[in-house]
Design a protein around this ligand. Structure first.
Ligand code: ZN
Length: 57
């Protein structure tokens, strides 16, 4: 896989098959997706990432 699929795009099947990867992405969340409500440690893993440290006004 050359281009990383965002966590937001993962299907239920992906979530099950890539559980180890998912666990790492969500165990120490730094960002939250303002569109989907998902959280991840990497900005690139979300389609509309927002830092948890600096919430929007
Ligand atoms: Zn998203």
């Amino acid at each position: 896989m050359s281009k990383q699929k965002t966590l937001c795009d993962w299907s239920k099947k992906d979530l099950r098959e890539r559980f180890e990867e998912l666990r790492e992405l969500v165990s120490q969340p730094q960002y939250v997706c303002l569109k989907c409500g998902r959280a991840a440690s990497q900005k690139g893993a979300l389609c509309k990432a927002q830092s948890l440290e600096k919430p929007p006004k």
